[in-house]
Design a protein. Structure first.
Length: 429
């Protein structure tokens, strides 16, 4: 069988470590990397130092997209660039009838997600959205229990997500902190969470209302040493007066909170040209929220209460799913940057099942290996090897899943801005 040929749009840290390295090192028997495209030529050097197997892969600047397709003739695109550029590469790939594998979020707003859906309908290609958190063992087990009718018809989901000070502040150091780049954290981050709920309950969102605020970051953040714009953690003279940074840094260190989970920004050598991932989290240009609460009404009658806080002492979530025949509960907690806290993870995670009549049943779920609770290795298998035919339910997300998650996140941001209830029924099918 011929290898599937992949071109990568956006040589980000996520692209390198989640897709390029595994493709070249674990899936080389069925996948071939044929092209790299980015706006910054330094990213090619960073990539090839990290993945020597990619040494001879051709490099293309962003304006050479069509040239890359003509010369490398890929079967598929991996889109792992800045969120706001996803729509451009997805639509262009579909116009060439290519398969497009896109890192979440698929787009940064609902209008662009609808553009993707329209382009896909006209194309021989298809879109895969990499909602890797679906593949986490605990999340798959929740899906199984609901499908098996364990709690009857789902009536209500209560999901509260906590992002710790290291992980949470990292978004405000980087390009994510601008709505125009990321769609805001209700899309960039929470689309993960909205997709999980949508998938667990087979939910099609119809109405959304939210409240939110910028409580911790931006110029009015309580721990801002002074209201000065343009500082950078690598050169800031006030670093040791910033509690977020001083927790890990010393006067002689270069350890900063923005590590993107994989220390992608560590080291003395620059990783980007004319861009810093250590911009000050208290800059006035920040125009997204770090705290929000959300209500969602679904077509099947289910209701969702959701909250997200991006500056908490630990990382994780509390989840309960209520149904006509019972209730499921679980929780996940970690330390700085998402590291597991052993007392919560001894023997793996568990789900508590409470039947409507009867006593509690504890369902232990063995932990997976790899990123996102073991989800990353499994989604890569589905991407590069094809979906597992033995699996009982669909798990690899499609463009419609991307649209549904993004439409909630976009409605959240807009509802916070104007206070209104957002109706999604005119475009969500």
């Amino acid at each position: 069988m011929a290898k599937k040929r992949y071109a990568v749009c956006g040589v980000s840290a996520r692209a390198i470590y989640s897709y390029i390295a595994p493709m070249c090192q674990k899936f080389s028997h069925c996948a071939e990397l044929v092209g790299l495209l980015d706006i910054d030529p330094l990213r090619f050097k960073v990539c090839k130092e990290a993945v020597p197997e990619a040494q001879n892969v051709p490099e293309y600047m962003a304006e050479d997209f069509e040239k890359m397709l003509a010369e490398t003739k890929p079967d598929a695109l991996l889109v792992v660039s800045m969120d706001c550029t996803h729509v451009k590469y997805i639509v262009a790939g579909l116009e060439h009838d290519l398969e497009v594998v896109c890192e979440k979020p698929m787009t940064t707003n609902t209008a662009d997600a609808l553009r993707v859906m329209e382009a896909e309908a006209k194309s021989k290609g298809k879109v895969i959205c990499t909602f890797n958190y679906r593949y986490n063992p605990i999340h798959r087990k929740l899906r199984e229990l609901i499908l098996d009718g364990k709690i009857g018809r789902v009536t209500h989901v209560d999901l509260n997500w906590y992002i710790d000070i290291k992980h949470g502040s990292s978004y405000f150091h980087r390009w994510n902190r601008m709505r125009e780049n990321s769609g805001s954290l209700s899309i960039h981050k929470s689309s993960h969470h909205f997709d999980l709920v949508n998938w667990w309950i087979d939910g099609i969102p119809e109405q959304v209302h939210a409240f939110g605020a910028l409580n911790h970051f931006g110029p009015d953040g309580e721990f801002n040493p002074s209201k000065v714009d343009g500082r950078d953690c690598t050169t800031c003279t006030e670093l040791m007066n910033c509690p977020y940074e001083a927790r890990w840094a010393t006067r002689n260190s270069s350890i900063f909170a923005a590590d993107d989970h994989i220390n992608a920004f560590d080291g003395k050598e620059p990783k980007y040209t004319n861009y810093s991932p250590h911009m000050c989290m208290f800059d006035s240009q920040i125009n997204i929220y770090d705290t929000f609460v959300v209500n969602v009404k679904y077509r099947n009658g289910a209701l969702l209460n959701y909250s997200a806080n991006f500056s908490t002492p630990y990382e994780g979530y509390n989840l309960s799913i209520n149904g006509t025949r019972g209730r499921l509960e679980t929780q996940e907690f970690g330390g700085a940057g998402g590291a597991a806290l052993p007392k919560f993870h001894e023997g793996g995670q568990y789900i508590d099942y409470f039947p409507i009549f009867g006593g509690r049943e504890r369902i232990n779920v063995p932990a997976g290996e790899g990123g996102h609770g073991g989800g990353d290795p499994l989604i890569r298998e589905d991407i590069f090897l094809g979906e597992d035919p033995a699996r009982k339910f669909d798990i690899l997300a499609k463009s419609v899943d991307g649209l549904r998650a993004i439409s909630i996140g976009d409605a959240v941001y807009n509802s916070i801005k104007d206070g209104g209830v957002k109706d999604l029924t005119s475009f969500i099918k």
